[in-house]
Design a protein around this ligand. Structure first.
Ligand code: BGP
Length: 467
């Protein structure tokens, strides 16, 4: 659709930024924090682990002051479960809770809406050792953790996200399974238990704080067919249903996506439902949807001859293909980042339109951004015109999506400050704020606003009128 004049961003649009606890906090073993699966992460030589990260735990006030200087309306962060309940389901760690108390207070004092993710890839190690999400006891532990969070923080935190990228944890399980990669039946059972845990938290929040809002935050992306060959179209539909819609269908409609369910039956990995699960999933209704969007993918019809899966490593955004389901394709219309992630601003508009048409709920972009090897120049600045260009082009498409009728309530680029990437350590930077450290050398840890910080500040000041 072409518009003579795109609609303006709404006046209460949540211009924000995102982080996650284990990628930014550091202080991995301080003030009573228990270990999480991420503390076992053993990166390749020359790549940092998550122990110090951006040391946000010790720089929190300074970091929030920078958020205020930028003009953020919202800050999307995650709470470290093992900081709050070190063993996952045992004693509550007052010092850990107090950190998030102070963070919520600091944000509110600066007029920044806190948006808290309850779980972002960092399962308490003690729960992992007892079977993790495949063990139904983890659902009970999450329910208790949710109650602790809502009781303590629910008076101030009114926007919650249950689980970050549940679909990525199933499709790309090495993000959070140190040591052993579970097979599909276990992964889909983990996923089912996460659905149930989210539903319980959703119902609980609505009962405890009727004025608060909660939703999931999967990684959603439009999947393109390689060609108009109908077989390619079915393959794209397969993968979009299995990778994306299934996660929003269960959250919003309380039932599995039929194509994804047929896939699970075919692969022998349908999950076991506990008593009352179906009713619970049907009863819990999210108020809004978090969408992490980075890149579209293009896929072709599978050949089903043993060659559909590519023999190379993948990550969240790199599609590998799956026997009998889809093959990874190519798209000559698009370029990629130096890390191989497709850059597709228009694809974000398509993704948002599809999500809006299917679910009719408000949408918050909870992640989107460009990972690059930024450098601190001799002039003391970080010049990142490529990030400005990337975000500008995505904001333009967000505005077009709003013009299309998508109820987009905010946009939280990944990430507020540089932090540790899930796979590529500290070299792959996403932040508006540069952190003076590298993989091995914890230099001054100084916070240095990049050029993109100044640019984004102006975008926020003009409510997106000047991009
Ligand atoms: C998402 C994760 C984030 C973040 C981001 C960038 O999938 O939710 O935690 O890491 O991707 O990914 P990466 O760090 O691998 O570049």
């Amino acid at each position: 659709m072409f518009y003579k004049e795109p609609k303006p961003f709404p006046s209460d649009f949540l211009w924000g930024a995102s982080t996650s606890s284990y990628q930014v906090e550091g202080a991995w073993n301080e003030d009573g924090k228990g270990m999480s699966v991420q503390d076992l992460h053993t990166p390749p030589a020359g790549i940092t682990d998550f122990k110090i990260a951006s040391d946000h735990y010790h720089h929190m006030e300074e970091d929030v002051a920078l958020m205020a200087e930028l003009g953020l309306k919202a800050y999307r962060f995650s709470i470290s479960w093992s900081r709050v309940i070190p063993q996952g389901d045992g004693e509550v760690n007052e010092a850990g809770l107090a950190f998030y108390d102070r963070l919520a207070d600091a944000l509110i004092a600066h007029g920044i809406t806190p948006v808290a993710t309850m779980f972002h890839f960092d399962l308490p190690l003690a729960l992992h050792e007892r079977g993790g999400w495949a063990n139904r006891a983890t659902v009970d532990a999450f329910e208790r953790y949710a109650r602790v969070l809502f009781e303590r923080l629910g008076d101030r935190i009114k926007m919650w996200l249950t689980i970050n990228e549940q679909n990525v944890m199933v499709i790309h399980p090495n993000a959070m399974n140190p040591g052993r990669l579970p097979e599909a039946p276990e992964l889909y059972q983990q996923s089912h238990n996460m659905f149930v845990a989210s539903a319980k938290a959703t119902l609980m929040l609505h009962e405890m704080w009727p004025d608060a809002k909660i939703g999931p935050a999967p990684n959603i992306t439009a999947i393109y067919p390689q060609s108009c060959d109908p077989a390619d179209v079915v393959a794209a539909d397969n993968w979009e249903s299995i990778r994306c819609w299934n996660y929003l269908d269960v959250a919003c409609f309380g039932r599995y996506n039929p194509i994804a369910w047929a896939y699970m039956e075919e692969k022998g990995c349908t999950p076991v439902f506990g008593k009352g699960d179906a009713e619970l999933l049907a009863a819990a209704k999210p108020d809004y949807l978090g969408v992490n969007y980075y890149a579209t993918a293009t896929v072709a019809a599978p050949k089903n001859d043993g060659t559909d899966r590519t023999a190379r490593a993948g990550d969240q955004q790199v599609m590998l293909g799956e026997e009998g389901v889809y093959r990874s394709g190519t798209n000559d219309h698009l370029t990629a980042t130096e890390y191989g992630w497709i850059i597709d601003p228009i694809g974000m508009r398509t993704t948002l339109r599809r999500v809006a048409s299917r679910y009719g709920l408000p949408i918050l972009i909870t992640e989107n951004g460009l990972g690059a090897r930024d450098t601190l120049e001799a002039d003391g600045h970080v010049h990142d015109p490529y990030r400005i260009d990337y975000l500008r082009r995505h904001f333009e498409q967000a505005q077009l999506a709003i013009s299309d009728g998508v109820n987009l309530i905010g946009y939280c680029p990944w990430s507020f400050m540089d932090l540790v990437s899930t796979h590529q350590g500290y070299g792959k930077r996403y932040g508006f704020v540069y952190i003076d450290r590298d993989e091995e050398d914890i230099r001054s840890m100084a916070r240095i606003p990049k050029d993109s910080f100044t640019w984004y500040k102006h975008v926020v000041e003009t409510n997106g009128a000047e991009l």
